[in-house]
Design a protein around this ligand. Structure first.
Ligand SMILES: Nc1ncnc2c1ncn2[C@@H]1O[C@H](COP(=O)(O)OP(=O)(O)OP(=O)(O)O)[C@@H](O)[C@H]1O
Length: 508
């Protein structure tokens, strides 16, 4: 996002606050979570195995020569307040970058520092992961939705290209959807433009010619798997110099549906590459497969990410209803969330299936609502237009399937309505994460029916972990949660604990 766009966004936020925002919005930069609840959790993970006993104590060792020279007190405070945990299989531990000014010691290009000046300070995941990334470690970064993970991996990626001074294609970012790839491209482009490099976005549903042309002069590519493989096969894209690989929404990219594509793509890159995986949810089912692509990764988590956790600034409301009540209920909710001064609030509605989305879209139009629709049955032009209309505010309602669940950073989404619950609790966490971004608050209103009762236990866990009320009606389904039989995980469901490979350092 350009500084101008940010400015606009802030003005817009300001405007919103004054007119109709009871739920105070605070920018991310002013709020650091202090959360004793999480620390409790960490005690149980804090194992003193042989390896971790070699280490001084459970706190991060803070040597002043490690990239930043901040005091041990400040470092400890940062780790504690933000509930940071680092599992590092290597000896050396690195201090976080607590301020943008501290980046000066990192050797980061001055022009990138300038781009970052639009922000007051690094977000916790940026602060904790940048030191490891600048030192060429493989990193698994897990942090809540809307916490700045894109620049978390993007800044070190561009830094990497600059340091190697190469004009080859060196960085590959793989993304699950066309819309997220486009958004990440816009973020990356701001960085590459600042330093005279080029990036390209490769995704399906649009003509190939421009992508073929652009990739020839690019050092970074942001791509969805299908079109990327297509262009590799026809010989227009060569990944043999790629030595910096990022799987964004990594757990999604490692699910069964993407697994083969990812294997083929990774196989085209250099074997001595640096590999990054970033996400807000890191289910155990994908960890073994992840480890096959990585070399001694440092795992950095903000918050208790061994449990599925949602962003706590999102107020989660769950209503158990009969399936046939959905239609009426949705109209009721829209009336409620768009009443009076909230008339122009931005609301994102999730359906599960494309057909359902199409039907609900027609229904809403019939009732006089102007609604943008984003799902897989539409042409790419229609998808792009819908998202544009929603982002620009031309249309304040968007109806989407899970194609919009992950990563999309749409300013000022006030409410997320789950008309039909998604297939997994992870998807739920990502969906509701479209609100409450960058330090703001938001509301997620979920309609839950007996058809999803096998997910009631998982949902209750998410609610409890975020200190949200669990409705009586949900309790009646019991806490029974079916072992993951969702096809997405079926092929390699195995309970692996990568922490065994490295020493685990916890902050409590
Ligand atoms: N240091 C910072 N300070 C304040 N805001 C920031 C900072 N870094 C990034 N942001 C802003 O925070 C918002 C969310 O960032 P981003 O989209 O990278 O989140 P994310 O962690 O990738 O979320 P998700 O898990 O949903 O993909 C963006 O609008 C971004 O511009």
């Amino acid at each position: 996002m350009s500084p101008k766009a940010i400015d606009k966004k802030r003005k817009h936020d300001h405007h919103h606050k004054h007119h109709h925002d009871e739920s105070s919005s605070e920018p991310i930069t002013k709020k650091i979570r202090t959360d004793s609840h999480h620390h409790k959790h960490h005690h149980k993970h804090h194992k003193h195995d042989k390896e971790s006993e070699n280490h001084t104590d459970s706190k991060l060792k803070t040597d002043s020569d490690k990239l930043t020279d901040i005091s041990k007190e400040d470092t400890d405070k940062f780790f504690k307040e933000n509930d940071v945990s680092i599992e590092n299989p290597q000896k050396e531990n690195l201090n976080p970058f607590l301020t943008m000014a501290s980046l000066k010691n990192s050797g980061l290009d001055r022009r990138i520092e300038k781009v970052l000046e639009q922000f007051e300070k690094p977000t916790p995941i940026q602060a904790a992961s940048w030191p490891y990334l600048f030192k060429a470690n493989d990193v698994i970064g897990v942090a809540e939705t809307g916490s700045g993970k894109t620049l978390g991996f993007g800044v070190p990626a561009v830094d990497h290209v600059i340091k190697f001074g190469s004009r080859d294609l060196k960085v590959l970012i793989v993304s699950p959807t066309r819309e997220l790839a486009t958004q990440t491209y816009e973020n990356m482009e701001e960085l590459t433009n600042a330093v005279g490099l080029h990036c390209v976005c490769i995704y399906g549903g649009v003509p190939k010619e421009e992508q073929r042309r652009e990739v020839r002069r690019s050092q970074c590519v942001i791509a969805t798997p299908g079109r990327l493989l297509d262009l590799i096969q026809e010989g227009s894209v060569d990944l043999s110099n790629v030595d910096y690989l990022i799987l964004d929404e990594a757990d999604r990219m490692l699910e069964k549906g993407f697994e083969e594509d990812i294997k083929s793509i990774v196989g085209q890159t250099r074997s001595d590459r640096q590999t990054l995986m970033f996400t807000a949810t890191w289910p155990k089912e994908v960890r073994e497969l992840a480890s096959t692509f990585m070399n001694k990764p440092v795992k950095i988590s903000i918050g208790d990410t061994d449990e599925l956790t949602a962003n706590k600034r999102i107020k989660q409301i769950v209503e158990v209803i009969e399936p046939m009540e959905k239609r009426g209920k949705l109209l009721e909710l829209l009336e409620k969330y768009l009443s009076g001064s909230k008339k122009h609030d931005r609301i994102l509605i999730f359906a599960l299936y494309k057909k359902e989305a199409a039907r609900v879209e027609r229904d809403l139009r019939y009732h006089g609502y102007d609604v943008a629709a984003l799902h897989g049955d539409l042409s790419q032009a229609q998808r792009t237009e819908a998202l544009e209309n929603f982002k620009s505010g031309r249309c304040n309602l968007m109806l989407a399937t899970d194609v919009a669940a992950r990563g999309l950073d749409i300013p000022n989404v006030k409410v997320v309505i789950n008309l039909t619950f998604p297939l997994t609790a992870e998807d739920y966490v990502h969906r509701i994460g479209r609100t409450g971004r960058a330090g703001h608050s938001g509301i997620a209103h979920t309609l839950f029916t007996k058809e999803e009762k096998h997910l009631a236990g998982a949902l209750m866990n998410v609610l409890r972990a975020a200190d949200q009320p669990v409705p009586e009606d949900l309790l009646k389904f019991g806490s029974y949660t079916k072992k993951k039989t969702h096809s997405a995980y079926g092929a390699f469901y195995k309970d692996v604990d990568m922490s065994k490979k490295g020493k685990k350092i916890m902050f409590n």
